[in-house]
Design a protein around this ligand. Structure first.
Ligand SMILES: [Zn+2]
Length: 866
């Protein structure tokens, strides 16, 4: 079934109160009492429907009563999707009893077992897998929950809001009653039952209240919560200081789950997290993990306002809460970890995940028009591109107006389900500027290409700088319009000095111009041909096609003070060098090496920034530079590129590689050491191998993982295999570290399809644990490109997806992307991958995977709307 945004109708019923009674036992029973009334607006016009339809996904409903009168059989019917009641009054209390089997729930939606505990995941439609309900985000109700279970097996019983009562019962049972004072949509519902350790602290809020902060983790993991706790306090303080937003309950709880489909979930007052985004100590987690934990903790906390207090009218508006909240967590990370490096990492991620999505068969607008399975729309487009749109709005109106606009939006929409127009309208009102042209960014799929051309006439001393924009067609959207683009730029003369921009009607400040149509021209008189640096700070999420010469790129890389543009210029040189190597032309490689040598010769001021500037680009972004890829030639050129840089920079790399400090604050030095080690390992020297070997069992996980990655480049496959064996020997009891081991095993440079069965049959592999499945399948497709891009690789991967789809369609669908790009592969890979996709389409059963496979197979045909 296809859901369309234009089909939106307000709900026919209001649910004022929800009282849930959940008895966890051999047969888990959920009794729901819903205080319902017909919505005022319903029933006008056409003859009114007297019945009631509630979402009920694969539920076993035992009984139904209205105003405590049990309904006879025949008065209600149940199918796989809904509970229908033929006739209901205008106002009534509906009571349903439903039987659940959390142990058998492998989809990890609704109420399910994760290790020794039971927990929930209700976004987007998990709640109707627990009890019949109007499972849509615009139905907001106040919830009370009573949980009852065996006190020894489930000593911890949690739900949203505040605990108002708990006590012991006969037969070793106990109960807890929770009340959430804020009306909420059911996707924010959560409950947890388990034997968990609690780590508690308090936060003194700006209004003077002490908020209890409570983390619940598996016993034995109590000492791995400190970083997450500190991050939570930082996030709470930041939202108070930046936006004046103060936490609104007495307790904020986070539960770490072993088995979780996503990163984390912002359920009101009771966040449930993938354990990978909670637990960290320097010996078990990398510096990147520490950063990711801070960002995810902040993200879910910030949702308490942007998402929970103001929610989405329908799931088409998902980016209203996600794009905005990603932007908020990005700004938080920039303030805490440094804006320059954070911005580079954000853009790297956007280009690796979102740009390819926007150019592929599943391209969709940030606000989609239609979907079959909403779970398929938790994408980089909704999240990261959505955040870039919010960032552009922030850039155009400034930080102060943005703060006022956000507060205005939250005040106007408090306790409501809003739309993207509501948000953009509030920002417009606060800024006194009409931002509605930016709504086109939400409607149009595809990454705009911004072309920069220059003309300088020496005789007339006239410089003309011209920008044009173009967006290629995407499935279902053949025609594209020009989008408003904030372009931050500066001009430099031959000595590297900044020259003011010429006056322009759409200029905002000294370095910012908003492009409002297909083209924008700047003209000025100048004695020399000035060199523009454009998209400072990546001011718009576009692909820049500039007419720079290799010499000009070297000059920008050398002189530009904007760290993003400097990094981006090196990326362009990498891309040109790689393309040249595929054609046997080394001129761009020489220019790149000259630029890198210059950076390597500078004193290291910010080691993390230097590490980023010197890093090889990721293969995902590089891959996306080509309309069609020949995998073998691509990978050969990539390996050549890495070796050439290693040889040319051998001197400084050999100085940085041994410097491997272990203090928390020295992440930059570690990153630089790992980059250096990674290059040097490509040269195969014995001393480098010894250095890496020593680090494999380091007490610092960043160094250990860096060493394992470096050894992966060794020409002899036995070297990384032996290093990984030693690593596993040390960490075999630690689930999160073993996820890393599985990822390195499956993603190594020597891995072939024939290596996968041994990993899947490994005693510690578990199809029911998404982290582990992602570690093996995801790493194979993303990292082991030489093994994946073979007929056997595609087949082995598709076999894994088919098997996973039967258990967990949501995670299976998310892992599909690497199989959907066959239109851009050279032969014979294109035909081989397409055949595997056709075969897989015949095997899978879920709407999740079928929707994406159909999009790939139908790309280019007229009915290709995803
Ligand atoms: Zn979110």
């Amino acid at each position: 079934m296809i859901h369309r945004r234009t089909d939106y109708r307000p709900p026919a019923f209001v649910i004022d109160q929800v009282a849930l009674d959940v008895q966890i036992a051999e047969q888990t029973l959920v009794t729901a009492r819903l205080s319902m009334r017909r919505a005022a607006a319903s029933g006008t016009g056409r003859a009114r429907d007297t019945g009631l339809r509630l979402d009920a996904r694969a539920l076993q409903v035992v009984s139904v009563a209205i105003d405590d009168q049990p309904l006879p059989a025949g008065a209600w019917t149940l199918d796989d999707h809904a509970l229908h009641i033929a006739e209901v009054p205008d106002q009534f209390t509906l009571t349903t009893v439903t039987r659940l089997q959390p142990e058998a729930n492998t989809a990890l939606e609704g109420f399910y077992q994760s290790g020794p505990m039971y927990c929930t995941q209700c976004e987007a439609h998990g709640f109707s897998r627990i009890t019949p309900y109007l499972d849509r985000p615009d139905v907001l109700s106040r919830f009370t929950v009573r949980l009852q279970a065996d006190a020894a097996r489930f000593p911890v019983l949690l739900a949203n809001g505040n605990c108002i009562e708990r006590g012991a019962l006969a037969g070793g049972q106990h109960y807890a009653r929770w009340e959430d004072p804020y009306a909420k949509p059911c996707y924010l519902f959560a409950m947890v039952a388990g034997d968990l350790a609690k780590v508690a602290d308090t936060f003194r809020a700006a209004d003077g209240r002490d908020i209890a902060l409570e983390f619940f983790v598996d016993h034995g993991n109590e000492n791995r919560v400190a970083h997450a706790m500190a991050s939570l306090k930082d996030a709470m303080r930041w939202d108070e200081q930046r936006f004046g937003l103060v936490y609104d309950l007495d307790v904020y709880m986070i539960v770490a789950a072993r088995a979780f489909n996503m990163g984390a979930m912002e359920n009101k007052g009771l966040n449930i997290f993938n354990a990978a985004y909670v637990l960290a100590t320097p010996d078990t987690a990398t510096d990147e993990s520490f950063e990711a934990i801070s960002a995810v903790i902040a993200h879910e906390y910030f949702h308490n306002y942007t998402g929970n207090r103001v929610t989405c009218r329908d799931w088409f508006q998902l980016s209203l809460k996600e794009g905005l909240t990603v932007f908020r967590d990005q700004r938080f990370s920039e303030d805490h970890l440094g804006g320059a490096v954070q911005r580079i990492e954000q853009v790297r991620m956007l280009r690796a995940a979102q740009f390819p999505e926007d150019a592929g068969p599943t391209a969709h607008p940030v606000r989609p028009d239609a979907y079959q399975e909403v779970n398929n729309f938790y994408t980089a487009t909704i999240y990261e591109k959505g955040a870039e749109i919010v960032r552009m709005l922030h850039t155009v109106i400034g930080a102060e107006a943005f703060r006022d606009g956000l507060r205005r939006y939250l005040a106007e929409q408090n306790g409501k389900a809003a739309t993207i127009e509501d948000f953009v309208g509030a920002l417009s009102a606060a800024a006194g500027t009409d931002l509605s042209p930016f709504l086109a960014w939400y409607a149009q799929a595809g990454t705009p290409q911004l072309r920069l051309t220059r003309a300088w006439d020496a005789a007339s001393r006239r410089l003309i700088i011209r920008f044009t924009q173009h967006t290629a067609p995407t499935p279902g959207q053949p025609e594209k319009q020009a989008l408003p683009l904030p372009i931050r730029l500066r001009l430099r003369n031959g000595r590297g000095q900044v020259v003011p921009l010429p006056a322009h009607a759409d200029a905002l400040g000294d370095e910012l111009i908003v492009m409002r149509g297909d083209a924008l021209t700047l003209e000025m008189d100048t004695d020399e041909p000035l060199l523009p640096s454009v998209l400072l700070g990546f001011s718009a999420p576009v692909k820049l096609l500039a007419d720079y010469t290799l010499d000009e790129l070297q000059r920008i890389a050398a002189y530009e003070s904007d760290p993003f543009v400097r990094w981006d210029t090196l990326q362009s040189l990498h891309a040109r060098a790689h393309a040249g190597l595929m054609e046997g032309d080394r001129s761009a490689l020489d220019a790149l090496i000259a630029a890198l040598q210059r950076i390597a010769a500078e004193p290291v001021d910010d080691a993390m920034l230097t590490a980023h500037l010197l890093s090889l680009p990721g293969t995902a972004w590089l891959w996306d530079q080509y309309p069609e890829v020949h995998p073998q030639r691509f990978l050969d050129a990539y390996a050549q590129l890495g070796r050439a840089i290693a040889e040319a920079l051998c001197g400084p790399l050999s100085v940085w590689a041994p410097k491997a400090p272990t203090l928390r604050g020295q992440a930059g030095e570690r990153a630089l050491s790992n980059v250096a080690l990674g290059y040097l390992a490509r040269l195969g020297s014995a001393s480098v191998q010894r250095m890496a070997d020593d680090r494999v069992v380091s007490d610092n996980m960043t160094l250990a993982i860096g060493a394992l990655r470096a050894l992966g480049h060794h020409t002899d496959a036995a070297v990384p295999a032996e290093a990984l064996r030693r690593f596993a020997q040390r960490w075999h009891d630690d689930a999160l570290v073993m996820d890393r081991w599985f990822a390195l095993r499956a993603g190594g440079a020597h891995v072939q399809a024939a290596d996968l069965p041994a990993l899947i049959d490994h005693p510690q592999f578990d199809w029911r644990n998404p982290n582990r499945v992602r570690a093996v399948l995801g790493s194979f497709a993303r990292e082991a490109l030489q093994g994946f891009h073979t007929e056997a690789g595609y087949r082995a991967y598709a076999d894994g997806i088919a098997r996973l789809d039967a258990l967990n369609p949501q995670t299976a669908a998310r892992l599909l992307k690497p199989l959907l790009g066959f239109k851009r592969l050279a032969e014979p890979w294109a035909s081989q991958q397409k055949q595997v996709v056709i075969r897989l389409r015949a095997q899978v059963q879920s709407t999740d995977t079928r929707e994406l496979l159909d999009a790939a197979l139908n790309e280019g045909s007229s009915s290709a709307t995803p």
